[in-house]
Write a protein that binds this ligand. Structure first.
Ligand code: G1P
Length: 291
């Protein structure tokens, strides 16, 4: 069984739900307190043992490349000023054993198309797909837990969690057999079904471990929900040929693709941030009491 060393981050999306802030800046660079969403995603992949980070980018995404690059001017300036702690923060954005690779998705044809753009770099290996919008607060990280499942079961693994029935039209929804511990065999998967016809309320969250056979399926899928090439549709074909497991991860997920989820994550992480936790807690009490 091949080890998973590559993680694909589809980051070409326009981020229209966060306009105007995303007019000229990538939504993946939105901070949770002081760290961009994409850095949380990369750290989770590194903690799960991955060494090659493949970003599928588009126009206006230069900031992501700069973020994971060496910042000579900044480092020199901090060195001159003797700001060692900040220098460490800037340098530790990415460990030296990790390689970043950038692939361009010229047209926004959907998540499945973005993943297919990474095929020449991934090759014939199992790999992870990580959607930075879904911030999962857990230790060990959800991807690490999924790698353990993959190593035990030697098949694709997809993270899932229950959502309210009225929300099924925002997610890939799976129909599964009975749970065996934290895993279930996926019998069917459908992209963004109407609540009235959704086969369950078990939703796909943005963490996938996929075998390389998914690329052949992606090659074959036609435009699906929203007129896009959907990863979900390729997974629906894959389950006809291979086992694919749904995994209920530990920890809390924040939907940072929505304004409310993003703000909730900021409050939660802020309440844990050593520099601001106490004052933020006091502030929240104060505004609550003021009604
Ligand atoms: C994508 C997938 C969907 C999945 C979701 C998780 O949708 O297509 O199946 O449930 O991510 O966040 P998007 O949120 O990009 O519309």
């Amino acid at each position: 069984m091949k080890r998973i060393t590559k993680a694909v981050f589809p980051v070409a999306g326009l981020g229209t739900r966060f306009l105007p802030v995303t007019k000229a800046s990538p939504k993946e660079m939105l901070p949770i307190v002081d760290k961009p969403l994409i850095q949380f995603a990369v750290e989770e992949a590194v903690d799960a043992g991955m060494t090659h980070m493949i970003f599928v980018t588009g126009r206006n995404k230069r900031a992501i490349e700069d973020h994971f690059d060496k910042a000579y001017e900044l480092e020199t300036e901090l060195e001159v000023r003797g700001k060692q702690k900040l220098l460490d923060v800037a340098r530790e954005v990415i460990p030296s054993h990790v390689t970043c690779i950038y692939v361009r998705q010229a047209e926004a044809l959907g998540l499945g198309h973005a993943v297919l753009c990474a095929r020449p770099v991934v090759g014939d290996e199992p790999f992870a797909v990580v959607l930075a919008d879904d911030l999962i607060d857990s230790s060990p990280g959800a991807l690490k837990e999924m790698v353990d499942v993959y190593e035990r079961q030697a098949c694709s693994v997809i993270a899932v969690e229950h959502v309210a029935r009225e929300e099924t039209s925002s997610y890939g929804i799976v129909d599964c057999g009975d749970a065996v511990g934290t895993e279930r065999l996926i019998n069917a998967i459908v992209e963004k079904p109407d609540p009235a016809v959704a086969p369950s309320t078990l939703a796909v969250v943005g963490r996938y471990l996929l075998t390389a056979e998914i690329f052949d399926e992606l090659d074959g899928v036609t435009r699906g929900a929203g007129g896009e090439i959907q990863l979900t549709d390729a997974i629906a074909s894959l389950i006809q040929k291979q086992r694919v497991l749904a995994y209920s991860f530990n920890g809390k997920r924040y939907d940072c693709g929505s304004k409310l989820g993003y703000l909730q994550a900021n409050v939660q992480f802020g309440l844990r941030h050593p520099e601001i936790a106490d004052e933020l807690r006091a502030f929240l009490h104060r505004i609550e009491n003021e009604g």
